[in-house]
Design a protein. Structure first.
Length: 567
């Protein structure tokens, strides 16, 4: 126990010593690249020709220049770069061919190269087809061009979102249909194409925004926080988001006024701060936002006078810093701003040359020009990676996802596509688990069902074995389940009805009023119709042989849960 406790303390010291820089990767309905990034004590910028430049602290190779020598002046790192983000002691960059590169400290596997080799001072290629990245303290996130979100690195607080607390040395897929991402100190955010914001990881200060906070609070898998979000930025222990009406919202730790609501009180739920915001960046203990008139505003902790307003007072209300700003990045004790004329400006602490040679060693409290000729952020339309649910299903599909009633494999497959029999089995299991409050394994153990003994020769899925034991499915004959096949509408409501009988003591006695339902399905179709699970397809027809679509199973699961949860 003492050894484990000491390890946790050491990790906490690391996390609180090294702060990530964070930036936004989606604005409105477009991707927006990050061409500047301010770190713990270093800075990065992409020049107009695509060359990446870095300066500042470099003791573990976090500049990526092949050395561990601090640089007080910009040094060229690589060519052809379109996007950059810097964590506590490691960097991530996307090149113009979509390849992802990483460098710096790798003690927790945050580089994603399959090793824990530290001090990797030159960039190494990690992945292809990447459109956005974000570097946390000791973990990394990336979105591929198919909308899939991948994570790797430290995972002690669940910041990877894979349901474990296991460190990952290589990228693992977490979500699909993701259009924006931001990694914080030890927590993460993702925005999906429907504008929903999802969070996971550490929640000690309420930084996930789900109304909960406290020491030891964390989420191992993504949870839905709010809707209508177009941009998000995770700081060290606080968070910022822009909604589709351009309103700015903040939550989490507020001891230095970094939420901007005029108080020093933490908030575990989002609070509205300001209107007409188009870009945000959460630093360690301060925040920055650009309004739609290109003015830059800042608030939070005054340490090293890095708020850029020439005093040493914490600010709990946004203060205007400068005009004509195109992009911004908040680091640990300094900040960077890129103006529309491509000039780069910086202020705050200058430890290890983080702001460059033109700034005094102890820093500067007013913005000063650092470089010219920096690439402006570019925008590209956000693709709809998968077709959205039909209008009739959209709201309930969203609720079903938020309630964790829909397998990720279904979310990733396209809502009008047929539901595979295997995915339908997972959905039924999730419905039973959610309603009963017990896991499939717990229920099986209570009934004496050995899920390790396959019931069908063409699948070893424990979910399918469970449903066979429960009498909910009998497969397609000859000991086959046909996992890649499809269910009909009559079959799925029959499975729901059988689950109601087996696990929740419901007597299914519904009488079908439809004209096209076979006798074997009639009571189950009647039960579904009587309880509003499905109303058929109109004209007195149920369409029993219609193929089950992914949006059908999501809606049916949501409606069924509402009924069963009242039992």
């Amino acid at each position: 126990m003492k050894t484990k406790a000491l390890s946790v303390i050491l990790i906490l010291i690391l996390v609180f010593t090294y702060i990530p820089t964070l930036s936004v990767h989606a604005i409105g309905n477009t991707f927006s690249t990050s061409t500047i990034s301010s770190g713990t004590a270093n800075s990065f910028a992409i020049a107009s020709d695509g060359s990446l430049w870095a300066w500042g602290s470099n003791h573990v190779g976090q500049l990526g220049d092949g050395t561990t020598t601090d640089r007080s002046a910009p040094v060229k790192i690589m060519e052809g770069v379109t996007d950059i983000d810097i964590g506590a002691r490691h960097g991530l960059a996307i090149k113009n061919d979509g390849s992802l590169w990483s460098w710096g400290d790798n003690e927790f596997g945050q580089l994603g190269d399959g090793t824990i080799i530290t001090n990797r001072s030159t960039p190494v290629k990690i992945k292809d087809n990447v459109v956005a990245v974000s570097a946390g303290s000791f973990h990394s996130l990336a979105i591929r061009d198919d909308g899939s979100l991948w994570a790797w690195g430290m995972n002690i607080w669940g910041e990877l979102g894979d349901g474990t607390r296991d460190r990952r040395l290589m990228p693992v897929r977490i979500l699909c249909d993701v259009i924006a991402v931001s990694a914080g100190g030890s927590f993460s955010f993702a925005i999906r194409s429907d504008g929903s914001l999802w969070a996971w990881g550490s929640n000690q200060h309420g930084q996930l925004g789900n109304g909960i906070s406290g020491f030891g609070e964390y989420a191992l898998t993504p949870m839905k926080v709010m809707d209508g979000v177009t941009a998000v930025s995770a700081g060290f222990i606080h968070s910022l988001a822009i909604k589709n009406d351009r309103s700015l919202w903040a939550w989490g730790n507020n001891e230095s006024g970094q939420l901007g609501d005029g108080s020093m009180t933490n908030s575990s739920t989002p609070v509205k701060i300001k209107d007409n915001i188009i870009a945000i960046s959460a630093g360690s203990l301060h925040s920055l936002a650009i309004k739609n008139d290109d003015s830059l505003w800042e608030w939070g902790h005054h340490i090293s006078e890095f708020l850029g307003i020439n005093d040493s007072i914490d600010r709990s209300i946004p203060v205007k810093i400068m005009d004509d700003v195109a992009a911004v990045s908040g680091g640990h004790e300094n900040s960077l701003a890129l103006k529309n004329d491509r000039s780069l400006w910086g202020w705050g602490a200058n430890w290890n040359g983080a702001l460059g040679t033109n700034v005094p060693p102890n820093g500067i409290s007013r913005p000063i020009e650092l470089m010219d000729g920096i690439m402006l952020p570019s925008s590209a339309p956000i693709p709809l990676f998968h077709n959205l649910p039909s209008a009739w299903a959209a709201e309930e599909v969203s609720m079903a996802i938020a309630e964790r009633l829909v397998p990720e494999s279904i979310v990733c497959a396209g809502w009008q596509n047929p539901t595979s029999r295997l995915d339908a089995a997972y959905a039924i299991i999730m419905l039973i688990e959610k309603t009963s409050g017990n896991t499939m394994s717990q229920i099986a153990s209570e009934h004496g069902w050995d899920l390790s003994i396959n019931q069908f020769y063409d699948t070893n899925s424990h979910a399918v074995t469970f449903l066979k034991y429960a009498g909910i499915t009998t497969g397609v004959g000859n000991n086959r389940y046909d996992p890649d096949g499809t269910y009909t509408r009559a079959m799925i409501v029959t499975m729901i009805g059988r689950a109601a009988e087996t696990f929740f003591g419901i007597t299914v006695q519904g009488a079908s009023s439809f004209t096209d339902v076979p006798n074997w399905a009639a009571p189950y179709v009647g039960y579904a119709a009587d309880n509003g699970i499905t109303q058929g397809v109109g004209g007195g027809r149920f369409d029993p042989n219609g193929i089950l679509q992914n949006e059908h199973i999501a809606v049916f699961s949501h409606r069924t849960f509402r009924i069963w949860s009242k039992i």
